[in-house]
Structure formats: C-alpha cells, structure tokens
Design a protein around this ligand. Structure first.
Ligand SMILES: Cc1cc2nc3c(=O)[nH]c(=O)nc-3n(C[C@H](O)[C@H](O)[C@H](O)COP(=O)(O)OP(=O)(O)OC[C@H]3O[C@@H](n4cnc5c(N)ncnc54)[C@H](O)[C@@H]3O)c2cc1C
Length: 303
C-alpha cells in the first residue's frame, strides 16, 4: 500500500468516525467513467456528520468539492487534490410531511424519490424519474425533462453553508432558471428538499413514468457512458439539431464521440479522457458557431 499524504493522514486523524477512501478513482463515481483520483473521498451519513467534515476540513484550509451521483460532471484526468464529499446514498431518507408534501434527502436518487411519490399517490415527479442523478444534484442545477423542472415542484431547500450552518431557502430564494440555481453563484450544499405535489392515481403516475422511460430508451444512448446532454439548449433551438446539421454526429476526439444515436450526447467510447471530452466539446461548439453564430455552452459541469 502506498504511503498516505500528509493531508490524508490529518483527515483520518480528525475524522475518525467518517467513512473515508484515499486515492479513490473519480471514474468509479461518474457516469462518464472518466476522472483521476480524489485524494480523499468522504461519505457522510447524516447532516451533523457533513457539518463536522466541513468544519474540520476548513481547519486544514480545505473546501471540499461536492459530488452527487456524478451524472453531470466531467472530472479531471489529474484527479482532485483535497477532498471530495460524496452524497449519493449517504444523505439518505424520505418522508411524507402532509397530504401533498414530501421531504427528500439530497443523496436519494431522483428515481427513488419519484417512485416514493408515486406509491403515495402523489403526482408531479414523473418527469424526474428517468434523470439518473440525486435530488441534491437535481436541485443544484434545476434538472428537468419532458416539460417538467425541479423549480415547478420544489417548495424549499435545506442548504448547508461551507461553515456547517444550515438555512432554508424558499423556491424564489433559490432563483431557479434554466439548469441553474443560486447555489452556483453563492455556494452551498443541498441537504434536503421539500416538494409540493398533487394527489394523483398511483397507477396512472407509474404509467406516465414508464412512458417517459420508453422515450428515453428509444432516443438516448443509455448503453454508453455519458453525462446526458453535453450542451445547454440554446435560445430558440436544440443543441442536438444544430450539431447534426453541422455534420458532427459520430464525430470523434480520441476516445470521446458525439453519439450516433443522439447528437446532443457526448459519449465515452471506452477509453476517453477528460481532455478528449473537452476537446470534443470545444470543436463541436466552434463548428456550430462558425455555421450559425450560435455559441453552445456545456451543460456538463467541468471540474
Ligand atoms: C443518461 C443521462 C441522462 C440525463 N438526462 C437528464 C435530463 O433529462 N435532464 C437533466 O436535467 N439532466 C439530465 N442528466 C444530467 C444529470 O443526471 C442531472 O444534471 C442530475 O441532476 C445531476 O445530479 P447528480 O447527483 O448526478 O449531480 P453530480 O453530477 O454529482 O453533480 C453535478 C453538480 O452539482 C453539484 N452537486 C451535486 N450534489 C449537490 C448537492 N447536494 N449540493 C450542492 N451541489 C451539489 C456538484 O458539485 C456538481 O457541480 C442526464 C445524465 C445522464 C447520464
């Protein structure tokens, strides 16, 4: 076994109860299957443990990077020095608050939250069922699909600042816009979210979710590693259509390519690096810009 770095040794000393992994490959935790190692990866089970991690890592001048299910992240080939805090399946739990409201912890996947709501006969989360991330990641970037968006159902969000302080932000305070929330401008960690839903028929809700999964399977390259839509939707158009019209379907850069099945997706053909994906996105964006004057912006968060 390789020797621990000084940072790893100190973190292990000050967080003896926390589940930690050292030199953990980010490729194992991202849907692109790309990324070097995190010097330290921490897995907090409760809010109190998350607060403890934040406070103690601050003593070592470390501000952790937050990871949900890693389905919208391009992690760097050289990895991350310092700490990544992984919340998927860690900050876990769901509860019904009243007839139409549920509270979901950030580490729960959207799929589980949608099924929980469906089982309670609550409608509104059907659109989110096929989005492969966590509720925390979905709230952070106002995930959406098939006409639905987190901002339509999110009543409030419990946010932890990087000093461990908790606050609750209302829907307007979250300043949701297309694939954006205030947490991108004023950093904070989603701990849980309250969703306001409507009474519905469980069977009809499940049928809707099944229909939407069918649409995804038919149109998206779900059998290949990707991070979903590579680019945000430009005003007045669709990224996929612009990329296809630019003749870039199937275009390759190293091990990364524009999907043959859906031109909006960049996929890892098996051995892509983050550099390959960045190169691909740059070239596609430039070619589309040269043809149309429209600049495509990455939707995937490039760390
Ligand atoms: C096949 C496929 C299909 C997809 N389809 C869709 C779709 O239809 N619609 C859509 O919107 N997206 C889609 N995505 C993208 C992705 O699933 C969503 O953006 C999702 O919301 C990301 O959640 P995550 O937990 O994976 O976040 P991550 O990828 O882990 O993180 C994304 C960003 O959010 C931050 N973050 C994560 N958790 C938290 C938290 N608790 N608090 C604060 N910040 C946090 C991270 O630091 C990072 O910057 C798709 C992805 C794939 C692979």
């Amino acid at each position: 076994m390789t020797e621990l770095t000084e940072f790893q040794r100190k973190i292990a000393e000050i967080l003896p109860e926390t589940a930690l992994r050292f030199e953990e490959p980010l490729a194992k935790h991202t849907s692109f299957r790309i990324g070097g190692c995190a010097e330290v990866m921490a897995f907090p089970r409760k809010r109190e443990e998350l607060a403890d991690i934040l406070k103690k890592s601050a003593l070592l001048d470390c501000k952790p990077v937050i990871l949900g299910a890693g389905t919208n992240v391009l992690a760097p080939d050289e990895g991350v020095r310092g700490m990544v805090v992984c919340l998927k399946d860690c900050l876990d739990g769901m509860e019904q608050l009243d007839d139409t409201h549920i509270r979901v912890m950030a580490g729960v996947t959207m799929a589980r939250a949608a099924v929980f709501a469906a089982n309670l006969g609550l409608s509104g989360m059907e659109f989110a069922h096929g989005i492969p991330g966590t509720v925390g990641g979905g709230v952070y970037m106002n995930a959406g699909a098939y006409g639905g968006e987190i901002r339509q159902i999110c009543q409030s969000v419990e946010v932890m600042d990087f000093d461990g302080t908790l606050r609750r932000l209302s829907n307007p305070e979250m300043q949701f816009s297309y694939r954006h929330s205030i947490l991108e401008d004023r950093p904070g960690i989603v701990v849980s979210a309250d969703f306001a839903l409507e009474p519905g028929e469980s069977q009809a809700i499940r049928a809707k979710m099944k229909e939407l999964i069918g649409k995804r399977t038919a149109s998206q390259p779900l059998d290949m590693p990707s991070a979903g839509s590579a680019f945000k939707r430009p005003a007045g158009g669709y990224a996929a259509a612009l990329i296809e019209q630019a003749g870039m379907k199937g275009y390759r850069c190293g091990g990364a390519a524009i999907s043959e099945k859906h031109a909006g997706f960049a996929v890892n053909l098996g051995n892509a690096t983050a550099a390959d994906v960045k190169n691909l996105l740059r070239q596609v964006s430039d070619r589309v810009f040269d043809r149309t004057g429209i600049r495509l912006e990455p939707e995937v968060r490039i760390w």
